[in-house]
Design a binder for this molecule. Structure first.
Ligand code: C5P
Length: 398
């Protein structure tokens, strides 16, 4: 799969460095050659001997190693690979990359290279969530650096949250995708997915039956064509895809904030089933059942229309804005009206009447509506609908 490919693997200083040994093994098994670079901090976690033994090659550690410079300068080293992979990438290493600093071998190679770079971050959850780290990630994404992970889960430091390095198999997949020149390479696509939860009180909420299956399949299909995907998801039942940037939200208002933070994007696909209304006065404490008292009455407030906001943005409108219309009757007429009302470019319309089994099911029958007209697609698995839609998006972004 990766025959004739050379990966320059920079191993940074984090406990996740042990997983990079497994990554080297997987890369070699897939046919790739691996040039390993171990940072000073990385060498505190794994030894140069184990790295070079698994890679079957010399491990580079020092910028000012005269032998290395005589045999191969750092500029040449940075350019002989098809892809530079940083795994694990610490907060510090990413900060250096974002600033263009070059004070050791790893950062110098990353600054000198003209080949694509894939980063697998690993750090404590607070460090990951810190505004400085998030700023650095945005800057690096703007420079075209790709990311895989981090995963969410229990961390070596005992805390829980995003920050675990992606698993070696997922990094291998991301490497394969990075080396396959898809039509959406260099493009950023925003996808919303899943339902939203609108709180009534701290323990109750209003929701809908969206599983997130179609949005998840679309995000994966766009990723497979090479796009950088930001996936803003409500509490869906289907897990989010690997290899996309996942932003989890609960409410429509939080979804709008996450969407606005993710812009600019080349295209936006709004597949989320956003609740139209929220409870006007969310109770800050659990509403009690009191014997003999009047039943609670909920009043509603309108939620922001995320699709409309993005489609009608004067400053950040993506070139292509795609909305969804889940209807139970008069599907085409409603969808055409929606296209005009929301100001989006395409509407993917589907009939979600219970007898169709589409909501939460594995298949979908959609009609693609644009200013040019409407096109009914046959009933297809949701993955296939996603693949076709991703191809259309790639063609439209040209
Ligand atoms: O108006 P309706 O909910 O039927 O429109 C569906 C489309 O609008 C979907 O693409 C959905 O993601 C989007 N939408 C939204 N924000 C809302 C309501 C719907 O983005 N508040």
């Amino acid at each position: 799969m990766l025959a004739d490919k050379r990966i320059l693997l920079i191993i940074g200083g984090g406990i996740a460095a042990y997983k990079s040994l497994e990554l080297i093994r997987l890369l070699r098994k897939a046919g790739a050659a691996v040039t390993p670079v171990l940072t000073k901090a990385g060498a505190e976690f794994v030894t140069p001997l184990s790295v070079s033994a698994l890679a079957g090659e010399k491990v580079y550690t020092q910028l000012f190693d005269l032998t290395d410079e005589a045999e191969m300068g750092h500029i040449q080293l940075s350019r002989l690979a098809d892809l530079l992979v940083v795994a694990p990438a610490t907060a510090d290493l990413m900060a250096k990359m974002a600033q263009g600093r070059a004070d050791d071998l790893a950062s110098t190679l990353l600054l000198a290279t003209d080949t694509p770079v894939l980063v697998a971050p690993a750090m404590n959850v607070r460090m990951w969530q810190h505004p400085a780290t998030q700023r650095n990630i945005k800057a690096l994404q703007g420079d075209g650096v790709r990311f895989i992970g981090p995963d969410e889960g229990e961390m070596a430091c005992g805390e829980y949250g995003p920050g675990r390095m992606a698993e070696p198999a997922a990094i291998l997949d991301a490497i394969q995708r990075a080396l396959t020149a898809g039509p959406l390479v260099g493009k950023h696509v925003l996808v919303t997915s899943g339902p939203t939860h609108e709180p009534i009180d701290p323990v109750r909420y209003i929701a809908n039956r969206s599983s997130g299956a179609q949005g998840t399949a679309i995000a994966a299909a766009l990723r497979d064509l090479g796009a950088r995907v930001t996936f803003v998801t409500g509490p869906a039942t289907v897990p989010p895809p690997q290899g996309v940037q996942v932003v989890r939200v609960e409410t429509a208002r939080a979804m709008l904030a996450a969407v606005e933070a993710a812009l600019p994007a080349d295209a936006a696909v709004m597949a989320a089933a956003v609740a139209d209304w929220r409870v006007a006065e969310e109770s800050q404490s659990k509403i009690k059942k009191v014997a003999g008292a009047a039943l609670p009455v909920l009043s509603f407030a309108e939620n922001p229309d995320i699709l409309k906001t993005v489609a009608q943005s004067l400053t950040h409108r993506p070139r292509l804005v795609v909305g969804f219309a889940a209807e139970t009757d008069d599907v085409l007429a409603h969808a055409q009206a929606k296209l005009a009302r929301k100001g989006c470019d395409w509407i993917v319309a589907n009939d979600v009447s219970p007898e169709t089994g589409i909501m939460g099911g594995a298949e979908n029958a959609v009609t693609l509506i644009s200013a040019a007209g409407s096109e009914a697609w046959p009933r297809l698995p949701k993955d296939e609908v996603a693949r076709r839609l991703a191809q259309r998006i790639a063609a439209a972004l040209g």
